[in-house]
Every structure is written in structure tokens, then in C-alpha cells.
Design a protein around this ligand. Structure first.
Ligand SMILES: [Zn+2]
Ligand SMILES: [Zn+2]
Length: 304
């Protein structure tokens, strides 16, 4: 059931051949490669008309990913750590924090076992020397800049003490990925590309009359619901494979971890896929209301 008022508001976004002609729009198709000979496809009757709709997704997700880590740390570093989880963000924000869950008594450092307080130099791999290029471009060996030829450096885990605390940490990564993208239903490659280009730069605000709910209906099972949603379309315009791809895009945006909060809007942008087989050889036309100026646009590609 369609609310008559709602029908009124989205009506200007439903493309029609008659209104396109009224706006003076043409779909010129060259005939036999002769430069001065072309026909206007919109003045002929298409062999097939398929009403489709682009799915535009605006999504912002606040997610939190947590990871447990067991590490050895010095008392000095442990004392600097928070001991409680950071509050869940109420805004969209990116942040990385680590807090302490548990600490144990001091024990021998596992990083510098066998030579307490020192580890093999990470810059020279324990040779005490490194390769450098001199002013004449020759490779020469010099004493290591990090260990000064000593071959060992102070153990960073225990800061040279030879012992440290085992600690269980929770790493918290808050991130707010965004998605603003137009999913064009698959027609033929050249037409998909041409239509997609119109939506490369999306308008700042999309018309609310084109909004729809992309989630499956509650009373249907998830899988069957999704299939039916795709069949339902937008005022007679099917989504083709665009809705499924849009849902996958949102799923990928969610990623791992928990969704703390989100903003999600989906818009259907109708188009007509016109196929001509008899006029001036084969041609495919996408007839659409341009998001840039709200006027009809006919995109013509040679048929296959
Ligand atoms: Zn070194
Ligand atoms: Zn150590």
C-alpha cells in the first residue's frame, strides 16, 4: 500500500520517457558509424523497459574491538595503566586504549633469560657492527650506533632489572568507519559505469522521499526475508543485485567486534533500463534523474 502523499513526493524522481522528451532530452545513437547520421532512441519505442533502482547507503558505525594480552611489564609502566574499561563512546570517535585486568608478583623476565637485563642488539643482530655507505659510495663496516659495539642492549621489557610482572591487559580499539556509496544494479558493464559516474559525487543531502528500509521484515525468517525485500523493490523498480551488494558493504563496514551505535540510511534512486534491438542496431539506454540537477539524463551505450 502506498501513501498517496508519499507517491507525490518521490514521483519527480521516477524517470519517464514522456517527461524526458518534454524536457528536450534525446538519446542519440550513431548509425553505421556515419558521423552525421544518428537517431534519437527516445523517439522510438524500446523493445524492453526494465525499471531498476540504485541503492545508496549512508552508514556510520561506532565499533569496539577488544583483545586480551598477557605481557610482562615493569612496575613503573603498570602503574601508568588505567584499571577500568574506557566508557563506550557516545559520539563517533577513533581511540585506542589499554587497561589492566590483573597483575602478578614479580618474576624473572622471559625476554632476557640467560643474560638478565640485556638482550641481543636489535640493530646489528648482535654483531656489534653495521654496514654504512661512506661519502664515496663505498660500503663500510662501522661500530653499531645502538649498542656502540657492545652487541647487547638494555632489555626493554624489564628495563634492565632482569625481572618484571606478568600482567593481563585488555586492548580496546574504538573506530568509526563510514560508508557513503551508490550501488548500481548490474545491467551491462558500460552502462553500469556510466550510471555510476553520475553518483561519483553524491549530493550533500539525499531526498528523504527516496529512503527505504533495507532490513528484512521482522515476521519473515532472515534469509527468506532478504530475498523478498530484494523482490519488493521501490515503487515498481527492482534492486537487481544492488541491495545484496549494499548489505554486504554494510556488513564489511561493521567488521569484527561489537557495534556500539550506528547511523544507517538507505535510499533508492530509480532508473529505467531501455533496450533497443531494431533501431540503429542494438543500444542500451539508462534513463535517470540526474542527482546533480534533478533533470532527466539519457546515457547511451552500444548494445552487445
Ligand atoms: Zn648493535
Ligand atoms: Zn628483561
Amino acid at each position: 500500500m502506498v501513501d498517496p502523499l508519499e507517491e507525490d513526493t518521490h514521483a519527480p524522481y521516477l524517470p519517464s520517457i514522456e517527461r524526458a522528451r518534454g524536457e528536450g532530452v534525446t538519446a542519440q545513437r550513431k548509425v553505421f558509424g556515419i558521423p552525421w547520421w544518428s537517431v534519437d532512441l527516445l523517439s522510438a519505442t524500446p523493445d524492453e523497459v526494465e525499471p531498476l533502482a540504485i541503492v545508496i547507503v549512508e552508514a556510520r558505525i561506532q565499533r569496539r574491538v577488544t583483545e586480551l594480552k598477557d605481557v610482562q611489564l615493569t612496575a613503573r609502566l603498570l602503574d601508568q595503566l588505567a584499571t577500568a574499561a574506557p566508557p563506550e563512546p557516545t559520539e563517533f570517535t577513533d581511540a585506542r586504549t589499554t587497561y589492566l585486568l590483573e597483575r602478578s608478583d614479580i618474576s624473572p623476565c622471559v625476554a632476557c633469560e640467560g643474560r638478565p637485563g640485556e638482550i641481543v642488539c636489535t640493530a646489528c643482530a648482535g654483531t656489534g657492527r653495521v654496514d654504512v655507505t661512506d661519502s664515496e659510495g663505498n660500503a663500510v663496516m662501522v661500530a653499531c650506533y645502538l649498542c656502540k659495539g657492545h652487541r647487547y642492549i638494555t632489555c626493554p621489557t624489564c628495563e634492565g632489572a632482569g625481572h618484571a610482572h606478568w600482567a593481563r591487559l585488555m586492548q580496546v580499539e574504538d573506530s568509526a568507519p563510514e560508508l557513503r556509496y551508490a550501488y548500481v544494479p548490474s545491467m551491462v558493464d558500460a552502462l553500469d559505469l556510466a550510471v555510476g559516474e553520475l553518483f561519483d559525487a553524491l549530493p550533500d543531502a539525499l531526498p528523504s522521499c527516496l529512503r527505504f528500509d533495507p532490513t528484512p521484515r521482522k515476521h519473515e525468517s532472515a534469509y527468506r526475508g532478504e530475498v523478498r525485500q530484494m523482490d519488493r523493490g521501490f515503487h515498481g523498480h527492482g534492486f537487481g543485485d544492488a541491495l545484496e551488494r549494499a548489505m554486504l558493504g554494510i556488513e564489511a563496514l561493521r567488521g569484527p567486534g561489537d557495534v556500539v551505535h550506528q547511523e544507517l540510511a538507505a535510499y533508492a534512486w530509480p532508473l529505467l533500463w531501455l533496450r533497443y534491438g531494431s533501431v540503429a542496431r542494438r543500444a542500451e539506454v539508462g534513463l535517470i534523474i540526474s542527482p546533480a540537477d534533478q533533470r532527466h539524463r539519457a546515457l547511451v551505450v552500444p548494445g552487445t
